[in-house]
Design a protein around this ligand. Structure first.
Ligand code: TXA
Ligand code: MG
Length: 355
């Protein structure tokens, strides 16, 4: 299959009437699959009401069929008829955080959404992305769109159109390039039970945000997020290995920054002696300290939002350079750092060393 590649910059004012937006929407309306930018990561979108179309997403990504997809809407009126009417608490979460990087798992209703989307569950994950290209394509398509991240299963999520190309060229109908994603990590996923929030995947919307906005009184435990290898996880995606680079990744953490850096550089030298290519993922301020085959920075020590934005691009850089061992200077787990560290831990398969 030939993948059509188009570019829609924000300067083009990507309204639903823009010719390229109409073209992408038409591909989707005819059962095709289209990679499009959202504020978090690129998504691979299909008509959520068409089983044939959704099947093509699973095939292109090599995604296990028991891992359900998020349904994307551009307008809350589109929820009508396939989720149970959300109560006041959920409505107020939508008021506060949509459009934005918050996915809410809601009780499913009827048969409008393909059962492949929900992997047969009685719930459906929904979000309204905060990106003009995504919103316009959903609106022009006139239906809810199922869209997982537009990467091959097991690879880091794509934050640039070129990442999508690396993974899915020739396997999907169209790529709409809208530049780099602003957030860089997948949305926060929550479920709500009688006014209580269950955290399923950490992201840019943090517990602190919810506390500050008055949605939760105190920090709950992260039980469902941290136990990734349960046999029946609450969110099926949690049991799969994710975001893995080809090289063996080790996260290094410690009280003293300098101690961590010294430890990593010593390991780098050991590794080089064994004729193994070695890389370091660190902060901008520390990059000059290291002497390795590839040193990549994922942002300033002081800017957690940069870590989120640059993480996946950095991990892909090690793959492109065929680096066999990667040492990562761990970031703080505060605020957005919690989500970044969660993805780093998964990428390293929980290979973490405290020094
Ligand atoms: O930011 C994002 O969320 C991106 C963009 C494209 O919107 N999408 C994304 O989709 O990350 P995906 O498929 O890579 O991750 C969806 C996650 C998985 O962990 C899945 O298990 C969970 O959402 N999920 C989907 N439906 C669910 C449900 N009914 N109950 C619990 N978890 C669900
Ligand atoms: Mg994904």
């Amino acid at each position: 299959m030939k993948t059509k590649y188009v570019s829609v910059t924000l300067l083009d004012q990507p309204e639903p009437s823009h010719p390229l937006i109409i073209e992408a929407a038409e591909v989707i309306r005819h059962g095709g699959i289209v990679a499009l930018p959202t504020e978090t990561v690129y998504g691979l979108a299909a008509d959520a009401t068409s089983t044939e179309a959704v099947e093509r997403i699973f095939k292109a990504k090599g995604r296990p069929a028991d891992n359900p997809l998020i349904v994307h809407i551009s307008d809350r009126a589109q929820l009508e008829g396939w989720v149970e009417p959300p109560g006041a608490f959920v409505e107020s979460l939508m008021d506060r955080f949509w459009p934005g990087p918050l996915t809410i798992v809601l009780p499913l209703q009827g048969h409008h959404i393909s059962p492949l989307v929900t992997a047969g569950l009685q719930t459906v994950a929904v979000r309204m992305p905060d990106h003009p290209v995504a919103l316009s394509i959903i609106q022009a398509a006139g239906r809810p769109l199922a869209a997982p991240s537009a990467n091959s299963s097991g690879h880091p999520s794509p934050t640039k159109a070129e990442h999508v190309k690396q993974d899915l060229d020739g396997k999907i109908d169209m790529i709409v390039d809208g530049g780099s994603c602003g957030v860089g990590l997948e949305s926060t996923v929550i479920a709500v039970h009688e006014g209580q929030i269950e955290w399923l995947r950490p992201g840019m919307i943090t517990i602190e945000h919810m506390v500050n906005a008055g949605f939760i009184k105190k920090q709950p435990y992260f039980t469902t997020m941290e136990h990734t290898d349960q046999t029946r996880p609450r969110s099926p995606g949690m049991k799969y290995k994710h975001y893995a680079p080809q090289g063996l990744m080790t996260i290094v953490r410690g009280q003293e920054e300098q101690q961590v850096m010294d430890w990593i550089q010593k390991e780098v030298e050991h590794t080089k002696e064994q004729q193994i290519t070695v890389g370091v993922l660190t902060f901008t301020e520390h990059a000059n300290f290291f002497n390795a085959d590839l040193v990549v920075s994922y942002g300033s020590v002081k800017e957690p939002e940069q870590w989120a934005r640059q993480l996946y691009d950095s991990i892909r850089a090690f793959d492109l350079a065929h680096i066999e061992r990667i040492y990562v200077e761990a970031c703080s787990d505060q605020g957005v750092g919690h989500a970044v560290l969660n993805r780093l831990l998964k990428a390293s398969q929980y290979h973490i060393i405290e020094v």
